[in-house]
Ligand binder design. Structure first.
Ligand code: HEC
Length: 154
């Protein structure tokens, strides 16, 4: 019984500790980076649908989507990942603690994605074949980061 009571007490203390860790500034950072990810998904998705033949290739729309994707991925995302905002402290987040122990690698993976979006920007308006070739590296760069630094979404 004593053991049970002390287990319950430590669970309670852990709960209070994580409640104390989350604050409005952290919530805002989590919200901002999730919004950024959704913008990336929207623009990359338009290009991906053309690459897969789900919507007809349209040079003008492909160029716009690629320009927008490059723009949203060109930011320095450091302020969106303040220390202490992992998915342990913020249950709405899927950001793994590994981000903060491997920040340089994390940032270089973001830069790799931006490089892939620059290549997409150069290719998107020049025909479907070029768009298809540029799409692979963009989606691979998303996956390379999620694999190490994002918890499964469901
Ligand atoms: C450098 C790492 C990195 C790269 C590159 C990256 N992501 Fe993410 N992504 C994350 C992290 C970390 C999260 C979790 C953020 C959170 O919940 O706090 C995330 C979350 C997401 C989510 C869930 C958003 C939500 O509403 O919870 C989507 C969708 C997503 N990413 C799509 C993409 C797409 C598409 C790309 C490529 C075009 C991409 N990401 C590139 C790190 C990355």
């Amino acid at each position: 019984m004593k053991v049970l009571r002390s287990l319950a007490l430590s669970a309670l203390v852990a709960g209070l500790a994580s409640a104390a860790l989350s604050d409005p500034a952290g919530d805002a950072a989590v919200g901002a980076r999730q919004s950024l990810m959704r913008l990336q998904t929207f623009f990359a998705g338009q290009l991906g649908q053309m690459a897969q033949g789900k919507v007809p290739y349209d040079a003008k729309m492909a160029t716009i989507a690629a320009n927008d994707l490059e723009a949203v991925t060109s930011m320095d995302i450091t302020p969106m990942f303040p220390a202490g905002t992992d998915n342990g402290a913020y249950p709405k987040s899927h950001a793994l603690p590994a981000i903060w122990t491997g920040m340089d690698d994390f940032m270089s993976k973001y830069a790799d994605m931006h490089k892939a979006t620059l290549a997409m920007q150069a290719a998107a308006g020049g025909g479907l074949d070029g768009l298809k070739a540029a799409a692979g590296p963009v989606f691979a760069a998303c996956g390379a980061c999620h694999k190490e630094y994002r918890a499964p979404l469901n």
